[in-house]
Design a protein around this ligand. Structure first.
Ligand code: FES
Length: 316
């Protein structure tokens, strides 16, 4: 049924393309630089730097409440992309003002705001980076190094502006920061760092109720993996109550059934992810601790003639 739904979606015509325009007369190719960035993912020469950064930022960002805050758990999505808006906006605006005669004072203020506001962007970025795959971490350290160079250039520009110069340094900073942004885009969109890895579950899971098996066959008080329509589910039975979540961690797709059941006999039982210890409430799928910021898809359950059935609201 999931396969049927997928075929139906694929067969829908693209609303923006008329049949007479469908001929591929102009093929698009990605830029050569993208290929180079992709090679960074497997550049093991970066690993010693990765290790040092892990030790340093792992020691600084110890308190869990702080990491949860910096990941963006209360926001429901990563805080880092929000934090970078201020320095990037200030620096781009300063570049435009640098082209306007008589606006150098205002431009200096913007460069200074960009330098100061880079701090939250840096801290949130390193917090997320600590919990990525090796390939993402390698691109991430180059992204961070590039942005650090940009920050240095803007800091020098701010100082230099006090003596009447600094515009060239700022334009150089903008160029380097743009390269850093490109790497950040690669991390977020090509490597899916920070993305919700369960967004596709409601699109793949068929609508309606589906049998999962006999209620009494389910193990009691354990993390149990089941599958319905090709989708892996995490099932936890506590007496007659059964909690069912997607088994794929929303952070980076770890199998949650290999994690740890926490507070099995409390009012708020949770599952802790085996890879980076994100914690999700079994009753709601809500994030209790990051690095995940997106909740787990949660399934409704009911028992009919001893057979447990599951339904994902909004599926299909
Ligand atoms: S995969 Fe990273 S916390 Fe689950």
């Amino acid at each position: 049924m999931a396969e049927e739904g997928r075929r139906r979606r694929l067969s829908r015509p693209d609303p923006l393309t008329r049949p007479e325009e469908a001929s591929p007369l102009v093929d698009m190719h990605e830029l050569a630089i993208v290929h180079q960035i992709t090679r960074l993912e497997s550049a093991e020469q970066l690993d010693p730097v990765v290790k040092k950064a892990e030790t340093l930022f792992g020691a600084i960002l110890k308190p869990r409440w702080l990491r949860d805050l910096l990941h963006g758990v209360p926001l429901g999505h990563p805080l880092h992309p929000v934090a970078v808006q201020v320095p990037v906006g200030a620096w781009v605006s300063a570049a435009f003002l640098d082209l306007v005669p008589g606006a150098s004072k205002a431009s200096r203020v913007l460069v200074g705001i960009g330098v100061l506001s880079a701090l939250p962007a840096i801290v949130t970025g390193w917090t997320d980076w600590l919990y990525l795959h090796d390939q993402q971490k390698r691109v991430g350290v180059v992204h961070a190094a590039t942005n650090s160079i940009a920050l240095g250039l803007y800091t020098l520009s701010f100082i230099q502006r006090g003596r009447g110069g600094g515009k060239v340094l700022a334009f150089a900073g903008l160029g380097v920061a743009s390269a850093g942004a490109f790497l950040g885009g690669h991390l977020a969109y090509r490597q899916a760092a920070g993305a919700n890895h369960t967004e596709d579950v409601p699109h793949l899971f068929p609508a309606g109720w589906h049998p999962l098996g006999s209620l009494t066959d389910l193990p009691e008080g354990e993390l149990h993996r089941a599958e319905v329509a090709g989708q892996p589910l995490l099932v936890v039975r506590r007496g007659d109550t059964v909690h069912v979540l997607s088994n794929t961690c929303s952070h980076l797709s770890a199998p949650l059934d290999e994690g740890t059941l926490i507070g099995a006999h409390t009012d708020n039982p949770c599952v802790e992810c085996p890879w980076h210890q994100s914690t999700f409430a079994l009753k709601t799928g809500d994030v209790v601790h990051g690095p995940a910021t997106s909740p787990q898809p949660r399934f409704e359950t009911r028992t009919v003639n001893g057979i447990l059935q599951v339904m994902l609201p909004g599926a299909g």
